[in-house]
Design a protein around this ligand. Structure first.
Ligand code: ADP
Ligand code: ADP
Ligand code: MG
Length: 490
């Protein structure tokens, strides 16, 4: 449906999120322009874009992270606005500011808000100013090891060393004693400098066995901020989420806590003049005390579960908001929570070690039916390269209540057949069928403590044994090929 004031929107991303954005752009009657690098191994997103432009270069700093090149592409291709997706330049305030400077639209919050909230120390101060509970510890970068030690003694061990510029679960290290603090201080600083270009660190109290609870907010151009309720993302490995659900099973029916945390998120977003979609993240302890963690000034990986329980389209709203058009939702009272949704991140990784395991998809098939959704970028023969994020899809289920959503997710995971490379599909099935997970009272330590991944080892061995039985007459080479096939389809 072409509209009169049709805009040209550049999508500075790839994979499933580029597809998600391209679909919203088309649905709203605009035109999408995709990017193709010469080291791309899976350009599924281009099939959903109206046009594409070559992004020359051999690595991310020459391509997706190269602000100058992208700004040139915008000027040369008559682009009106840019959507950054998540990752890459999504939380880069310099990029947003360069886009603003050439008079084009960055689909997201202002460059200034990205700058302020992108720094974990500055955003912590903003949260404190807005009257939101923050994690005890330093409120600004520590000057040196002595100051780090002083804070740690004050708040007591265990503490967490945290890169102010960190993201994606990196730049965090827990220290249970002063000895560990001494050992880790320089390590985290170095890692932070090389990953994020800045080595500032915070020293924070480590909240033990917390829940990760976050609130989806949306800032309107009139200064109002809406919330779309919370998500719980406590199933994590290496401080990064793999399963998310909405609403939080830990908050459950406790409407007081739900209202309080959602209103606090709105308060913070209002305080900083937030526009567009954003997420305020918290950790919550066993007594339901919660503390501000960080704000992600972008669309989040797990946004689909919020869309499913609120009947919303957050990407479309980001685009409407950027062009000052009427939004699908403009009042808090219009946003109602209905049912329960779960997301499993499908990653090209070994389900037991949970380390990336790139490869080639031999064959993919899936069954998506009632209450299921699959946001992905997979096709037969596509290659998942180690140059890109191992997350290749997001399986989402929705039901009238949590147990129905779980049932539907079980069905969808069983119906997802992907051969040729390893994925974490079987790990998801183990988690879903774990008692603690089913009861809904699991913390961020769930995988570390209960190790559902260990059960996979014996399952895998059992299948190897079966393969040996079947293949007893054939030679070693056929047997090892069969074993590899089992491993890869696992
Ligand atoms: P979410 O908070 O949306 O769940 P994740 O932490 O899983 O996001 O990160 C989403 C994507 O963005 C991942 O591809 C991750 O690697 C990337 N990412 C997030 N923050 C950063 C950062 N500061 N630097 C580099 N990549 C990042
Ligand atoms: P990132 O930018 O990498 O997403 P976050 O600050 O959001 O960094 O932290 C990532 C994860 O690390 C959280 O979801 C939580 O599991 C854990 N975490 C961070 N800070 C703390 C803390 N002070 N205590 C306990 N866990 C924490
Ligand atoms: Mg985070």
């Amino acid at each position: 449906m072409k509209k009169d004031n049709q805009k040209r929107i550049l999508i500075v991303n790839r994979g499933e999120i580029a597809i998600r954005v391209a679909r919203a752009v088309r649905e709203l009657g605009h035109l999408s322009v995709g990017l193709l690098t010469n080291y791309e191994t899976n350009a599924a997103h281009l099939a959903f874009c109206d046009e594409w432009v070559e992004l020359s270069g051999n690595n991310h700093s020459e391509t997706y992270l190269n602000i100058k090149k992208i700004i040139n592409i915008m000027s040369e291709n008559n682009i009106d606005a840019v959507h950054p997706g998540y990752g890459f330049l999504a939380e880069n305030s310099n990029f947003a500011s360069e886009v603003e400077k050439i008079g084009k639209i960055f689909i997201g919050p202002s460059a200034e808000v990205i700058r302020v909230m992108g720094d974990k120390a500055i955003s912590k101060n903003c949260a404190a100013e807005a009257g939101i509970p923050i994690i005890p510890g330093s409120k600004s970068e520590v000057k040196d090891l002595e100051e780090a030690k002083k804070y740690a003694q004050e708040i007591g061990y265990p503490v967490l060393l945290k890169a102010v510029a960190g993201g994606g679960g990196r730049g965090l290290r827990a220290c249970i004693s002063e000895e560990e603090l001494l050992k880790n201080y320089e390590v985290v600083k170095r890692e932070s400098k090389s990953s994020f270009g800045h080595d500032g660190l915070l020293v924070e109290k480590l909240i033990e066995n917390p829940h990760h609870i976050e609130v989806q907010v949306f800032g309107l151009n009139n200064g109002e901020v809406l919330h779309f309720f919370e998500r719980e993302c406590s199933v994590q490995r290496r401080n990064q989420k793999i399963i998310e659900e909405a609403p939080s099973p830990f908050i459950g029916e406790d409407e007081n806590v739900r209202n309080k945390i959602c209103n606090d998120a709105v308060k913070l977003a209002k305080h900083v003049g937030y526009k567009s979609a954003g997420t305020v993240e918290f950790v919550m302890d066993s007594k339901k005390n919660y503390y501000f963690l960080e704000m992600n000034t972008r669309i989040q990986v797990e946004h689909p579960i919020t869309e499913e329980i609120t009947n919303s389209d957050l990407i479309s709203m980001m685009i409407q908001n950027a062009f000052n058009e009427k939004l699908d939702f403009e009042q808090q009272s219009e946003i109602k929570m209905n049912g329960h949704a779960i997301e499993c991140r499908i990653c090209a990784e070994d389900p037991i070690t949970m380390m990336p395991s790139p490869g080639k998809v031999h064959k993919i098939s899936f069954e998506i039916g009632n209450g299921q959704r699959f946001d992905h970028c997979l096709y037969n023969g596509c290659k998942i390269s180690s140059s890109f994020d191992p997350m290749v899809g997001k399986l989402v289920s929705k039901g009238h209540n949590r147990s129905i959503a779980l049932r539907k997710m079980n069905y969808a995971l069983n119906g997802l057949n992907l051969t040729g490379m390893k994925t974490n599909r079987h790990l998801h099935l183990k988690i879903l069928n774990n008692d603690t997970f089913q009861k809904g009272n699991y913390t961020t330590k769930f995988l570390e403590n209960l190790k559902p991944q260990d059960e996979l080892k014996s399952d895998l061995n059992e299948r190897f044994e079966k393969a040996k039985d079947v293949n007893y007459v054939v030679d070693e080479m056929v047997l090892s090929a069969a074993i590899k096939e089992i491993e890869n389809s696992f």
